[in-house]
Design a protein around this ligand. Sequence first.
Ligand code: APR
Length: 253
Amino acid sequence: MSDMHIASSALRKATKVVFFTGAGISAESGIPTFRDQLTGLWEKYDPQRLETAAAFRENPALVWGWYLWRRQQVSQAKPNAAHFAAPRLASTGRQVAVVTQNIDDLHERAGSEDVVHLHGSLAQPKCFACHRSAELTPEQTTVSDEVALVEPPRCKRCNGRLRPGVVWFKEDLPVGAWKAAMNVIKDCEVLISVGTSGVVMPAADIPEIALAFGATVIHVNLMDVSLGGTNELMLIGKAAEVLSTLLSTISTP
Ligand code: APR
């Protein structure tokens, strides 16, 4: 039997399912993944070197400009069939949770509720100094495609610089996010891990944790990212196509 058949049969029987997602799920919405080569204005930058507190301290306008550009990209993007798979599965009466490493809001815009954002969110900036969350005006979120450097706005309370409300390398996950993720992962029968390279800790451990708690893990990726476990299935292909196929197999009698 193919992995698609086995995945389909595991999903049919499951009542509790978790989607665990990474940048690959938003690739077909036009948002570049982290390990993709960037184009245009950001071609010469390595995203991983812009995502640290040290980079922000050294050049706040560059890091703020980078996140504004990403925020703009997300606001112009639309959720794709892979994002819609989660609410579609929930509509069959199953308990479906979404745990994402992504800082975009495409899961929410596809109709998923209570999405756990392990790496924070682009939409919730906070003060670099006093950590209070802040709102941006529409003018402050607009960025020109020609401009990389944008001075971050200041905190209304302490005049510190605002920073994106995302988790940078070496930073802790948002309070409660890991716990919320573990609660659903320990309890699920199937975990569908979509579009993640599985290299950034601690999120990268999630498929193994699900396996250890007895779940079947279905990986959906352009390449084989399975760990070799007996309860693991590998569906290779684009997330939107693979998930649409998988869901169509469970909705037919
Ligand atoms: N369909 C399925 N998988 C895809 C698709 C697609 N259309 N396009 C790309 N992929 C896969 C790639 O093969 C890769 O395994 O998605 C994965 C994307 O990997 P990364 O770019 O490393 O993204 P992610 O795993 O989410 O990164 C984790 O790294 O920089 C940090 O905090 C950032 O949350 C991010 C974390």
